[in-house]
Design a protein around this ligand. Structure first.
Ligand SMILES: [Zn+2]
Length: 289
């Protein structure tokens, strides 16, 4: 958990940017973090000032914001897909559509999934505070857990770039509905519920491997990266494209970029500020009034 305070300073002042505010690099003694979170309070104070002085903030969130809600990272070294290739197969559209057994397994796993009972943590709640302050431009999330919606951010501010597990969709006619309805049908005995209007195969409303992202969602992400004064990337390794491209887009547009992540990312050296720590601890320190 290291903070690139020096680099942040250099990057910021090199271009004469930073939104015209003066920054005092002092230790903020009021900021107290848990002992197991050796977070650099100076970097947090700096990032907080950048955020406070911005009239609009775009957010990109990834799996790291939900790990403290008990939702595992699917792609990380200890991720579900990494440890269980069957899970990856169930998340691939071609296998899902072609193999009824894959679908029956997928429905049983959805029935047992912890994701439907997970609650937002302090990281999600801090982003609700950001919206209440009137400065949230767009919240783009790579997560399919729906926790930003449950926390209370407005659905029209959120772009769920990989979809959501809380809704089902028909691969044939595009009909959608609440996932609880489909799960009720599975509980009632249907092993592979099909679309009632058209008989098509039903899946969760997530982007599976082999499916394209929604063009309109990508466009909103791109606009957010270039329009907002600050891009705050939280809990994402910034390695999954195209959404990770929000960071270079923001940098090219001259925007401040703040990265909060447990691990280093490929963009740390270019960011205005980098804070290595968990989102549920760092975001309240950055965003709570
Ligand atoms: Zn249908």
């Amino acid at each position: 958990m290291k903070v690139h305070g020096q680099r942040a300073r250099r990057t910021v002042f090199k271009g004469g940017r930073l939104l015209g505010i003066s920054v005092v690099f002092g230790h903020n003694e009021e900021m107290v973090f848990p002992d197991d979170e050796p977070i650099d309070a100076t970097a947090v104070a700096f990032a907080r000032r950048v955020l406070e002085s911005a009239s609009s903030v775009a957010v990109l969130s990834g799996a790291g914001i939900s790990t403290d809600s008990g939702i595992p990272d699917f792609r990380g070294p200890n991720g579900v897909w990494t440890r269980n290739p069957g899970a990856e197969k169930r998340s691939t559209i071609q296998h899902y559509v072609e193999d009824p057994q894959v679908r029956r397994d997928a429905w049983q796993i959805r029935l047992q999934s912890d994701m439907f009972s997970a609650s937002p943590n302090d990281g999600h709640k801090a982003l609700v505070e950001l919206e209440r302050s009137g400065r949230l431009h767009t919240l783009v999330t790579q997560n399919i857990d729906g926790l930003h919606v449950i926390a209370g951010n407005s659905p029209d501010k959120i772009v769920e770039i990989h979809g959501t597990v809380h809704r089902w969709e028909c691969v044939n006619c595009g009909a959608r509905g609440p996932m609880v309805e489909a799960l009720d049908r599975v509980r009632a005995g249907e092993e592979d519920p099909h679309c009632l209007p058209c008989g098509g195969i039903v899946k969760s409303a997530t982007i599976m491997f082999g499916q394209s992202l929604v063009a309109a969602d990508l466009m909103r992400a791109e606009l957010a990266a270039t329009e907002a004064e600050v891009l705050l990337a939280v809990g994402t390794s910034l390695s999954v494209y195209p959404v990770a491209a929000m960071v270079p887009l923001a940098l090219e547009a001259g925007r401040a970029v703040i990265i909060v992540n447990a691990e280093p990312t490929p963009f740390d050296q270019h960011a205005t500020a980098v804070i290595h720590g968990s989102a549920s601890v760092v975001l309240p320190a950055l965003l709570t009034p």
